[in-house]
Design a protein around this ligand. Structure first.
Ligand code: FUC
Length: 798
């Protein structure tokens, strides 16, 4: 143990004994548990639960419990068409200006003619808050708050006046409700008042006969788009023993006070009477919520009947049954992957303390916890039939969240799904697939109206209403590649699964995206290469311009296009369709501008060699490195010169950036097979600068992409499978010299288990799902193997 860490540990132990009368180590945490010795004071200390649709952040106060609530379809606005009808007429002049080097003038013309109306999309919003007011917390001890990733149950426990109290809270994907179970180790001890509030336009009613609170509301308008959704949250309080009555205004004002302390805007006028429970033995609260959203153009759902049915079904199940079916459904997904990178006594410390000390180097299990937390989050925020993970997954306490907590599709949404396939959570991609298929409809309108083109297009953002026109301003918004990049996530799902029915389902999206570019690519004047125009290298200023990022043919666009075109023609061949179109795509692909290595040996970000003149050399986006990761066009063995150039670009950019941008760098260094470098960046990602106490990623502010990108990076360090070759331990850092992993997935339809010792592979077992013959590499040795579907290949790396 390094001495600095030892000192840190000694200090923490001493502090723990002084500050906290109950010994921190009195209860050792199960290994996959986040735990804390204090209630959350801030939202980024609260613990997330979710069932893909309903989410809650749990604060865990002794005197007052607070659950901040979300429902994944509660966004502002309603169906709308943001396409700008002036765009098509302005397009030829914009292109002329760009090719003439008059970038700032082009940006001005784009700004006045080509941006969406309204200029910004609709925000994802909070539903409201559940408050349980227990009265005093004076004299409470033995406090513990945790989140068990293996069961997906959060709990809070403490002792007060000699009675030990426990709360268990989870969001069930089976029963579609949030369940809160309150117990005590002595009868008749549970007394509290319960209420629901919301910053939305909402009103509360209560029905004492059924012990139900009902919050009815409508969503807000935003940016001139009228709110079109109704929503309802319904809370049922099932008591065992004791009495229940209306709590009256006192409870309501206590809740308002708590909202103020938590930094939530006060809405006391809407905090109608809740319930008071006195002297119960145990209580189960079930909470359902729904909106009238059916899909991006239909808001005719009936939330009242949905919540009524859900509460009726859930109330009919006894608590142990609710818990058991929830845990089983979660574990079916969660338990597919086991990771062991070693353990030390540091894992018995509270999670926030461990985050503060991870960089000191003696807590490998925290990387395991971080990895599994991301898998937990994806299961909790992206389930079949629901919405894809937003910038904040499912968890947002605001009406005006950062970047609207929506879908930024110039990196962030794609990154959210990087670990989905490699980390064995393939089902979680379904909401993304569904969103992309829906965007082919809205995006076809944008393609037609704004470009006079066929196919479909999406720019750098979308929202619940699947808006696809360019938003925010030319410098971030005028980028026509968002849909094409999302298609690559879908293609990955096919590569991992080999599922031809899925390929057939997504083929129209690939084809439509390719069609758009066949119609809109233009020849640049110098070499006659085909390029996108106007476009930009995501959010990085064009060094040849005064103050815009507008350009033609940035490297990233061409890399995405090469993938899109390749995957589209491959799909058309596999499915036996559209051979004439495939020939056109192949011809266009041959004319795309090539990847270029610049004068400093770097991979050029733009058509011209401008990288070293960049306004910000350390820009967070590393868009031109898309070719190295997530794509595999640049490869250390197949294209060593380009890989060296990508490495040079990465060195110029530096290791430390915002949360997601740091996470991207981990994946890139793993692809360059430098495990120690990747690990050193992980140490920064897993420090308080980029990880909040509850393990949420800090952009800052909170953005969930860093969690997902970080987990993907850890997986890439252990296993890679691009270019039809499984690579075992390609970037194993010294810090993880001995370990094992079970259940990581590889492209081609494989599941891989591995163990290693002192930096050497001891055994790999490759389970074949589809019976494909394949190659596997360990170090310099490559083996060809052929096993039947359902059988496995074993190798000790020799
Ligand atoms: C992109 C990034 C920002 C942020 C935002 C949500 O615009 O450049 O850093 O992550 O998305």
């Amino acid at each position: 143990m390094p001495s600095s860490f030892r000192k840190g540990l000694a200090y923490i132990l001493l502090a723990a004994v002084v500050i906290c009368p109950a010994n921190l180590f009195a209860k050792v945490a199960p290994p996959l548990t986040l735990f804390y010795t204090n209630a959350a004071a801030k939202w980024t200390e609260a613990l997330p639960i979710g069932n893909g649709r309903l989410g809650a952040m749990i604060f865990g106060g002794v005197g007052r419990e607070h659950l901040q609530l979300n429902e994944s379809t509660l966004w502002a606005g309603g169906p709308y068409d943001p396409d700008n009808t002036n765009a098509l007429a302005a397009l030829p002049e914009v292109r002329e200006l760009v090719f003439d080097g008059q970038y700032d003038e082009a940006a001005r013309l784009i700004s006045s003619n080509m941006m969406a109306v309204p200029l910004r999309q609709m925000p994802y919003q909070t539903l409201g808050d559940l408050w349980l007011d227990f009265g005093t917390n004076d004299g409470a001890g033995d406090y513990r708050r945790d989140l068990n990733l293996d069961t997906a149950v959060a709990s809070v426990s403490y002792t007060l006046n000699g009675v030990h109290f426990k709360r268990e809270i989870f969001a069930s994907a089976v029963d579609q409700v949030i369940v809160i179970r309150l117990t005590a180790d002595q009868p008749g001890q549970i007394s509290f008042s319960a209420g629901l509030t919301s910053p939305q336009k909402a009103s509360l009613t209560n029905d004492l006969a059924t012990q139900t609170l009902i919050l009815n509301g409508v969503n807000g308008s935003a940016r001139g788009i009228k709110g079109a959704l109704k929503f309802q949250a319904r809370l049922r309080v099932t008591t065992e023993g004791g009495r229940i009555s209306l709590s009256g205004p006192a409870g309501a004002s206590a809740m308002a006070q708590d909202r103020a302390q938590a930094g939530v805007p006060p809405h006391p006028e809407r905090a109608a009477d809740g319930f008071s429970v006195t002297g119960a033995n145990a209580v189960t609260l079930t909470l359902a919520a729904a909106t009238s959203y059916r899909n991006y153009h239909d808001v005719s759902g009936n939330p009242a009947s949905v919540t009524r049915d859900e509460i009726a079904c859930a109330s009919a199940r006894p608590y142990p049954k609710l818990l058991a079916v929830h845990v089983a459904a979660h574990q079916k997904l969660f338990r597919r992957v086991e990771l062991n990178l070693g353990t030390t006594e540091a894992m018995n410390l509270p999670t926030d303390v461990r985050i503060a000390h991870f960089a000191e180097g003696n807590d490998p299990q925290l990387a395991t916890l971080y990895f599994q937390f991301a898998r937990y989050l994806l299961i909790s925020c992206s389930r079949p039939g629901g919405q894809p993970a937003t910038l904040q997954g499912l968890w947002n306490d605001s009406l005006t969240p950062p970047w609207d907590s929506k879908y930024t599709i110039n990196i962030n949404t794609e990154m959210n799904y990087w670990p989905a396939e490699s980390c064995n959570l393939s089902e979680c991609v379904e909401p993304l697939t569904q969103m992309v298929l829906e965007m082919t409809h809205t995006g076809a309108r944008t393609a037609r109206v704004q470009y006079g083109a066929g196919g479909w297009v999406a720019h750098h953002n979308t929202d619940l209403w699947r808006a696809t026109a360019p938003v925010d301003g030319p410098n971030s918004g005028m980028w026509p590649m968002g849909g094409a990049w999302l298609c690559q996530n879908l293609w990955e799902h096919y590569l991992y699964s080999g599922d031809k029915a899925y390929l057939r389902e997504i083929y129209p999206a690939l084809k439509g995206a390719a069609q758009f570019f066949l119609d809109t690519l233009v020849a640049e004047p110098t070499h006659q290469w085909l390029v996108t125009c106007p476009s930009l290298s995501p959010e990085n200023s064009n060094p040849a311009a005064r103050k815009t990022s507008i350009t033609a043919g940035p490297t990233m666009d061409l890399e995405i296009l090469r993938d899109l075109f390749d995957h589209c023609t491959e799909a058309s061949e596999i499915l036996g369709v559209d051979s004439a179109l495939a020939a056109k795509i192949t011809a266009a692909r041959a004319r795309l501008a090539p990847l270029q290595i610049g004068s400093s040996g770097q991979l050029q970000e733009w058509l011209q060699d401008l990288d070293l003149q960049a306004h910000d050399l350390h820009h967070r986006h590393v868009s031109h490195l898309y070719g190295l990761f997530p794509s595999a066009q640049i490869d250390v063995r197949r294209t060593p010169e380009l890989a060296a150039a990508a490495k040079k670009s990465l060195e110029i950019r530096g290791d430390q950036a915002t949360g997601w941008a740091t996470a991207w760098r981990i994946n890139l260094w793993a692809r360059l097979q430098d495990g120690d470098h990747a690990y050193s960046i992980l140490q920064f990602l897993l420090s308080p600068a980029r990880t909040y106490p509850d393990m949420f990623d800090a952009h800052p502010p909170f953005q969930i992409d860093g969690n997902f990108g970080g987990a993907s990076g850890i997986a890439e360090m252990l296993l890679q499978s691009q270019n039809e070759e499984i690579s075992l331990l390609p970037a194993l850092p010294k810090a993880w010299a001995t370990g094992s992993v079970k259940g990581l997935c590889a492209r081609g339809g494989f599941v891989v288990d591995m163990a290693w010792k002192d930096g050497q592979l001891t055994l790999a077992t490759i389970h074949s799902r589809n019976g494909n013959p394949w190659h596997v590499r360990y170090g310099q040795t490559v083996k060809y193997f052929k096993v039947n579907k359902g059988e496995s290949f074993q190798w000790d790396g020799q």
